[in-house]
Design a protein around this ligand. Structure first.
Ligand SMILES: *[C@@H]1O[C@H](CO)[C@@H](O)[C@H](O)[C@H]1NC(C)=O
Ligand SMILES: *[C@@H]1O[C@H](CO)[C@@H](O)[C@H](O)[C@H]1NC(C)=O
Ligand SMILES: *[C@@H]1O[C@H](CO)[C@@H](O)[C@H](O)[C@H]1NC(C)=O
Ligand SMILES: *[C@@H]1O[C@H](CO)[C@@H](O)[C@H](O)[C@H]1NC(C)=O
Ligand SMILES: *[C@@H]1O[C@H](CO)[C@@H](O)[C@H](O)[C@H]1NC(C)=O
Length: 357
């Protein structure tokens, strides 16, 4: 592959798609996550602090899609992962000018707990925080702040968007145990970013945050996508998808999409064909890991999506760790309706390229 910063492939059309995307928050109910009327095998609020079996995962993750006061679109990742000590990672990509990107991945903290003394999610280090804003309510509103190297942001989001329960109930068997995941796809977001010393304010009316809460067992390796399909005549709120393709020698490999196509309506759809474009593989100049830039997804309901990265280097890395959290454009058809567009995140583990080969 060429080593240009931007992707050479169909760059003109990618930029046109990026300009078209509008990041509308979903605030159809103020306490949606808390008042979800679908049955769930756990308490969503308590799931923020559920006590876990030793050795299982405990993750708090967001992707924010922002319109800034400078007219640029931005893509922010923030992630806190339990451990001894806990680790945290974050990145900012200027979607309008993708030559601007900053990231870090670290476990540089004296704190071993992600929770406050009062028992809410509240991870605090001297250069990064992620947690609930209100110690009486650990679910409705969260803030993540970073002043780590050049990754500088301060974002507050509400869980104002009806949740997507992965696998239909938010729990599934994986690697011989139970894994849990719920996603809040498009919460109302306020705050700011600082790039090269300039502070950019978030336009709340055209910005949104996806919050992903995952705990318990996780697969050995995966490609995961968060997909946002823009509104269509038949689906005026568009659709959001959480798509898993995982490798699991114990419970069996899985490949499925959980789809929320109207507030509260969930569908679980098998993936019929997951295809990586092996001509689009980027080999990291930082870590040597291989990350795929272009995918085709065909679902059993006829949905067919082309997912394409806008920048090769969307790796979060340090000397010993690597992962890919990439902003992607989406084109294709939704349940047979042609001409749909959207945007996505592709999450890839460093071992995914070889695990799926
Ligand atoms: C769910 O958990 C929250 C926070 O721990 C608690 O306040 C609430 O009473 C729980 N709801 C139910 C129905 O148990
Ligand atoms: C690299 O980042 C991971 C978290 O993603 C952390 O656990 C690890 O300690 C970091 N290593 C170094 C050398 O900073
Ligand atoms: C560790 O977290 C606690 C509360 O969660 C906070 O008060 C304290 O300042 C944090 N320590 C450091 C070194 O950041
Ligand atoms: C953490 O913040 C302090 C105080 O602003 C700063 O001096 C230090 O360089 C920061 N560390 C990192 C790794 O960014
Ligand atoms: C899966 O999709 C790819 C890309 O569109 C195509 O080349 C391949 O033939 C498909 N495989 C199957 C089994 O349909």
């Amino acid at each position: 592959m060429c080593s240009t910063i931007l992707r050479a492939v169909a760059l003109g059309s990618l930029i046109a798609l990026v300009r078209a995307a509008t990041y509308l928050p979903d605030s159809s109910c103020a306490t949606c996550a808390g008042s979800n009327s679908l049955p769930v095998p756990f308490n969503l609020s308590a799931s923020q602090t559920d006590i876990l079996d030793e050795g299982t995962s405990n993750s708090f993750w967001i992707s924010s899609f922002l319109l800034g006061s400078d007219g640029h679109k931005y893509f922010v990742i923030s992630h806190a992962l339990d451990g001894s000590p806990a680790s945290y990672r974050a990145s900012i990509l200027d979607v309008t000018n993708p030559s601007i990107r900053v990231q870090f991945s670290t476990a540089d903290t004296a704190n071993t707990s992600l929770y406050s003394d009062t028992g809410v999610f509240s991870f605090i280090t001297s250069n990064f925080t992620f947690g609930a804003t209100n110690h009486a309510d650990g679910l409705s509103k969260m803030r993540t702040w970073s002043n780590y190297n050049s990754v500088q942001f301060d974002l507050t989001f509400e869980t104002s968007s009806p949740v997507l329960l992965n696998g239909g109930t938010g729990s599934f068997e994986v690697t011989g145990g139970v894994g849990y995941e719920w996603s809040m796809p498009a919460g109302k977001t306020t705050g700011s970013l600082t790039i090269d010393g300039t502070t950019i304010t978030v336009d709340t009316a055209q910005s949104q945050t996806w919050y992903d809460r995952q705990w318990g067992n996780i697969p050995q390796s995966w490609y995961w996508f968060e997909v946002h399909i823009e509104p269509m005549t038949d689906y005026p709120t568009g659709a959001v998808l959480s798509v898993w393709n995982w490798v699991d020698d114990i419970s069996g490999d899985k490949n499925f999409a959980t789809v929320r196509e109207a507030p509260g309506i969930q569908r679980v759809v098998p993936v019929k064909n997951f295809s990586r474009n092996l001509n689009s593989v980027w080999t990291s100049t930082h870590t040597g890991h291989k990350y795929v830039q272009d995918f085709e997804l065909l679902l059993e309901d006829g949905t067919s999506l082309s997912i394409s990265s806008i920048l090769e280097d969307q790796e979060l890395w340090n000397e010993s760790e690597s992962g890919f959290e990439g902003y992607m454009t989406v084109t294709g058809s939704y349940k047979g309706i042609p001409g749909v567009r959207g945007f996505a995140v592709s999450e890839q583990l460093p071992n995914a390229y070889s695990a799926f080969s």
